[in-house]
Write a protein that binds this ligand. Structure first.
Ligand code: GLU
Ligand code: MG
Length: 447
C-alpha cells in the first residue's frame, strides 16, 4: 500500500494502535502494537523481539534445551502491503510481519520467510500456487454453566443459520472489508460448528489470508459477545474442526493440475505432487496437525481422513482430488489436503506441502491407485493389500517421523526442525503434566 494512502487511513479512521503481527512456529498469532506517530521509524527498523520468543511453547514456556535463549535480539518487521484497518475493533489497525535479524536478513526461524523461499523454488520451475484454507470452528455463547456451543442442531441446518446470523453477517462484512472474498457459509456437523469457505489466493497471500481470517473470526465474535474455538477436537462426541487446504499449481493462466486426457482429468504434475504428499505424510502431519489434540480428530467416518490415500472426491482420503465445477474443470480442478487443522502455522503448513510436492515432481513419484470407497469399510486385509496406512496415533509419532525425514529436514533446515521438535516435545510434556484439562487449557481459545 502506498505510504500516503496508509497515512490518510490512519488519520481518517482515528487509528490509535497499529499491530505488527507474526505467527510463531507454535501457531499463535503474536506481535506488538505501536502508535501511528512511530510508523516511519517502525517500518524502517522494525520492533525488537528476543530471539528465544520464536522457540516458546503455546504456554510461553522456553524449553531449557532450546538453541535460542533470552540473549540476542531479532526484529518484527511489518510488511506495509498487508496494512488493514480492523473493521471489528475501532481504533486498531494491523500489519503482518516478517521476523528479521537486526541487520535486516531473514531470521532463520521466520515461518513467513520460509514460505517465500518455497514459493520462489516453485516459481523457478514456472509454477505458482493458488491456495485457500478451509476452516471449521465452534461458535460459543455465554450460559449460566460457562461458554457453550450456540446450537445443537444439524449440519447445513437452516435453523442453525438463524441462530448464528447475528455473528455471521458482521463476520462476512469484516472479511470482505479486508479483501477476503467469502464464497459460502454453512453450519457444520458439530454443535455450534461453522464453516465459511473463502476464495483462494496466490502464494504468500493465501497464508496471510488464513491469519487474517482467524483474527477476524475471533475479533468479530468478541465484539458481538461470542467466543470461538479453533481446537481440532473439542469433545470426542463432536465433529472435529478441520482446516483442509485446497490448492493448485499454475503457469500464467494454465492450471497445471488439469489434463483433459488424464484419469479424473488430473495431470501428471497433480499425480506426482500427491505422490510426494503421500510419501512424506506422517512427517508432514507434524506441521499440519501440530497439536496433541489434532490426533483426536482423526476418527474413521468423521470425514477428517484417517488413512494415507488419495481419491477423487473422496472425503475420507488424505488428498481429495476435487473435481471442480462441471464444465469449468480446467479452471477449478484442485487438490484438497485434509489432515490439517486450524492450529497449524499456515506458513509452515504450505511450506511443508510444497516441499513434499516438489519432491514428488522431481522424483516422479506415483500416488498409487485412487481409493474409491471409504477405507473404514474395508477389512484390514483389504487395507493392507491396497497399501493403506493408518495415521500416527499421536503428535510424538508424527514428530519422530519428521525427525527422520531427510527431505523435510533439508528443505526446512535442520536448525529450524530441531527447534520445532524441542518446542513441541516440551509442549507435549507440559500438557501431560496438567492432567485431563491440559489440552483444553492449551488450545481452547489461544488460536
Ligand atoms: N469436520 C471434518 C474434519 O474434521 C470435515 C467435514 C467436511 O468434509 O467438511 O475435517
Ligand atoms: Mg467442512
Amino acid at each position: 500500500m502506498q505510504r500516503e494512502l496508509l497515512e490518510k487511513q490512519l488519520r481518517e479512521q482515528k487509528i490509535e494502535l497499529v499491530r505488527a503481527m507474526y505467527v510463531g512456529p507454535d501457531g499463535i498469532t503474536r506481535g506488538k502494537a505501536f502508535r501511528p506517530d512511530d510508523l516511519e521509524m517502525i517500518l524502517e527498523s522494525g520492533i525488537g523481539l528476543t530471539q528465544a520468543q520464536m522457540s516458546v511453547t503455546v504456554f510461553d514456556h522456553l524449553p531449557p534445551l532450546s538453541q535460542y535463549q533470552p540473549v540476542g535480539e531479532v526484529r518484527i518487521r511489518p510488511d506495509v502491503d498487508t496494512f488493514q484497518v480492523l473493521p471489528y475493533l475501532p481504533g486498531h489497525a494491523r500489519m503482518l510481519a516478517d521476523v528479521e535479524t537486526r541487520e535486516g536478513a531473514a531470521w532463520e526461524l521466520c515461518p513467513r520467510n520460509l514460505l517465500k523461499n518455497f514459493l520462489n523454488k516453485l516459481s523457478a520451475q514456472g509454477m505458482q500456487m493458488q491456495a485457500a484454507f478451509e476452516n471449521e470452528f465452534t461458535l460459543l455463547e455465554q450460559t449460566e454453566s460457562g461458554w457453550e456451543p450456540v446450537d445443537q442442531l444439524n449440519c447445513f441446518s437452516s435453523a442453525a443459520m438463524d441462530l448464528a446470523s447475528p455473528f455471521i453477517l458482521p463476520l462476512i462484512s469484516a472479511l470482505e472489508q479486508q479483501g477476503i472474498k467469502v464464497e459460502k457459509y454453512y453450519p457444520e456437523a458439530g454443535p455450534g460448528q461453522q464453516e465459511i469457505p473463502i476464495r483462494h489466493q496466490a502464494g504468500l497471500l493465501a497464508a496471510d489470508q488464513q491469519v487474517i481470517f482467524k483474527e477476524t473470526v475471533r475479533g468479530v465474535a468478541q465484539a458481538n459477545g461470542y467466543r470461538v474455538s479453533f481446537m481440532p477436537k473439542i469433545s470426542p462426541a463432536f465433529a472435529g474442526n478441520g482446516c483442509h487446504i485446497h490448492f493448485s499449481l499454475w503457469n500464467e493462466n494454465q492450471n497445471l493440475f488439469y489434463d483433459p486426457t488424464g484419469e479424473f482429468l488430473l495431470s501428471q504434475t497433480a499425480r506426482q505432487f500427491m505422490g510426494g504428499i503421500l510419501k512424506h505424510l506422517p512427517a508432514l502431519m507434524a506441521l499440519t496437525a501440530p497439536t496433541t489434540n489434532s490426533y483426536k480428530r482423526f476418527v474413521e467416518r468423521c470425514w477428517s481422513s484417517s488413512y494415507t490415500c488419495w481419491g477423487p472426491d473422496n472425503r475420507e482420503a488424505t488428498v481429495r482430488a476435487a473435481s471442480g465445477f462441471q464444465g469449468q474443470e480446467a479452471a477449478t480442478i484442485n487438490l484438497e489436503y485434509r489432515p490439517c487443522d486450524p492450529t497449524c502455522n499456515p506458513y509452515l503448513a504450505l511450506s511443508a506441502l510444497i516441499c513434499a510436492g516438489l519432491d514428488g515432481i522431481e522424483n516422479q513419484l506415483d500416488p498409487g491407485d485412487p481409493l474409491l470407497t471409504d477405507p473404514a469399510l474395508l477389512t484390514s486385509e483389504e487395507q493392507h493389500s491396497l497399501g493403506l496406512n493408518a495415521y500416527p496415533l499421536d503428535l510424538e509419532s508424527a514428530l519422530s517421523a519428521l525427525e527422520q525425514n531427510s527431505v523435510l529436514l533439508s528443505g526446512f533446515g535442520e536448525s529450524r526442525i530441531n527447534d520445532y521438535l524441542t518446542m513441541k516435545r516440551a509442549e507435549i510434556a507440559l500438557i501431560q503434566s496438567l492432567g485431563d484439562d491440559g489440552e483444553r487449557q492449551a488450545y481452547e481459545f489461544r488460536f
